[in-house]
Write a protein that binds this ligand. Sequence first.
Ligand code: HEM
Ligand SMILES: [Zn+2]
Ligand SMILES: [Zn+2]
Length: 425
Amino acid sequence: MQIEQGQQQGARAEDYGQQQQQLIGGEFASPACKRFTLAELEAHSSEESCWVVHAGRVFDVTRFVRIHPGGEAVIVTRGGTDLGRLLSGPPHRHSSNAYRWLEQYCIGELDTRLGEELDGGSQQQEEQQRQRADASVVTPPGSECAEEVRRRNGSSVDRRQDTEELMYKTVSTDNDLVDWSKALLWQVGHLGDKYNEWVHQPVDRRIRLFESDFLEFWSKTAWYVIPLVWIPIIVYMGLSSYRGLQGNQIRVFTTFTDGGVNVSPDWFACLFTFGFFMWSLVEYSLHRFLFHLTPPAHSYLLITLHFLLHGQHHKSPFDGSRLVFPPVAAFFFVAPFYSWMLTMLPNAVTGSLMAGGISGYVIYDLMHYYLHYGAPSRGSYLYSLKAYHIKHHFEHQALGFGISSKLWDYPFRTLIPEETFEKSR
Ligand code: HEM
Ligand SMILES: [Zn+2]
Ligand SMILES: [Zn+2]
């Protein structure tokens, strides 16, 4: 069964290689072609239903506008219109993954004949055009919009847009390396050297990790579980550590100094703050040195583990069911770390530091969720963090490891360049 699945994956991987070749040549998958009139397009220009046109095709971006890292307004105000060259900036030169992302929302193409009529084209010209188009284009069911648009529009499609199209890669989950109708966890290990590229091409689709409903259910965590589980632990740890500092004569650094340093209850706030601050370094280190380790192509196990830990979040960055870290899994990180600290420091000191550290963790996890799903107002600190983190997902996977702050990206020199548009010109 396993071998059979492996062979299927192998065959898919080969097809994928060929597919990528074709895609570089400009082919990309789209849904069956449907034509929309300008009037239909214009009727979808609000937050509730937002359609846009790009390179002759129509995209229903309603579900994306709220979470767009450049803000909701920039898309909604252009709802029902052609985006023209906006995607290549300014204000922002979009990544190739952003173009791929847009592909997922393609619902058809714009009926340009009507557009030209509305633009004042004469009846005769319009009729000639219609005849030309009808002679050259048959719309078989299931044909791909993009291919058709290119064929019909020929040289009329802007050259620059053509170049943009070359950046597209398939986002069709029906034609992917993995079978999306089945659980993904046991499939990804077979992707071998294709895994790394595949996992960094995000899709707007929920992931099923396990075949078993029981495991699937327990692998998901709603965001509010994080404060519900951890805040009582923080309060308990904090209070008991503070009492511990009050009740006992606690001394630290006894091995380095004569008699050690006395820790009074006043130290609690400093220890808590230090633990909170140290969390940001742990956050950076885990994200950079563990979650972003590239698993060896031949290791089924390590690829699977990588996917479970972080890969699935990169593949499906807006799958809210697995955006925060499950508390049971977190205990496996916290417990050994806590025990190790206890070997060096008194209980009350360790507890105070841990209470601060876990508070930092809770804030990080909730912020991470908000950066994906929230719509912070333009110019705010959270807006800049959201844009920063989404760039880590879409374009700079080897940079921008700080999530709740960019702090540690400075000394470790992994800061994402401010605005790639100016620099790339
Ligand atoms: C509807 C199609 C659009 C899609 C799918 C889209 C997607 C994205 C994505 C994925 C990013 C993250 C960075 C990247 O990967 O490039 C982004 C950032 C951004 N987008 Fe869009 N976008 C769209 C339309 C627009 C429009 C029409 C504008 C402006 C007129 C715009 C302005 C921006 C800005 C300014 C940022 C960067 C935020 C920052 O760095 O401050 N986007 N977009
Ligand atoms: Zn990451
Ligand atoms: Zn993320």
